[in-house]
Design a protein around this ligand. Structure first.
Ligand SMILES: C[S@@+](CC[C@H](N)C(=O)[O-])C[C@H]1O[C@@H](n2cnc3c(N)ncnc32)[C@H](O)[C@@H]1O
Length: 195
């Protein structure tokens, strides 16, 4: 299966978006809620953002330098309508692997599992490239085998952590205790600092 832009466009066109929680999920909300006012200027990226409910919440909470990126234009159009005051230049219609920029925080949620597993080493390297030294990769990964032939692709903590170790100090990479109910007991929370 070719998991390319057309694949994702088709998922949005046919409304086949079972991953979409339709609100900010608790692990990400709780993480941002405990940041300080001094963090409000940090540059934040949500790659493979989809409808980007996380970005909407974070932006409305006063973080103004939030960027969302997706290979499909459909969710970005939805986002534009839902959050009309979000700066157009912070909506990036781009392949994550081609993105050139620098961020303080990158959020992961159901993007890693959407990619062909052979891209996992490149994903970790690209995250490291996009983060400033000391920048953080924060979010959730499925701790569940899931599918072998189409997204979502799953895996284990031991496999995942091997991709990140070369680039990141592992602050937390373990069971997530505040998942949304459908994902409870099936997620790892990750908090990694770029070396
Ligand atoms: C499973 S969805 C997750 C969306 C969102 N993170 C969420 O939690 O609702 C995966 C998203 O990644 C996007 N995507 C897939 N490959 C991409 C790539 N190479 N660059 C940027 N976005 C990509 C898809 O278009 C899709 O919106």
């Amino acid at each position: 299966m070719n998991i390319n832009k057309e694949f994702w466009d088709q998922r949005y066109v046919s409304n086949d978006t079972g991953w979409d929680a339709s609100y900010i999920t608790t692990p990400i909300k709780d993480y941002f809620d405990q940041l300080d006012d001094k963090d409000k200027n940090l540059r934040i990226l949500v790659p493979g953002c989809g409808n980007a409910h996380e970005a909407e919440y974070v932006f409305r909470s006063g973080f103004k330098n939030v960027f969302v990126a997706d290979i499909s234009a459909f969710p970005l159009e939805n986002f534009k309508k839902r959050v009309p005051d979000f700066p157009a230049e912070q909506l990036l219609h781009v392949d994550f692997f081609l993105l050139k920029d620098s961020f303080d925080i990158i959020i992961e949620q159901t993007f890693f599992c959407a990619l062909d597993p052979k891209l996992r080493p490149q994903y970790a390297a690209k995250m490291a490239e996009l983060l400033k030294k000391g920048g953080r990769l924060v979010g959730v990964l499925f701790n569940d085998p899931l599918n072998n032939d189409k997204p979502p692709f799953g895996g284990t903590k031991e496999e995942y952590i091997s991709y990140f170790r070369p680039y990141f100090e592992i602050k937390y990479f373990d069971n997530c205790h505040n998942s949304i109910p459908p994902r409870a007991g099936r997620e790892l929370f990750i908090y990694l600092i770029k070396k």
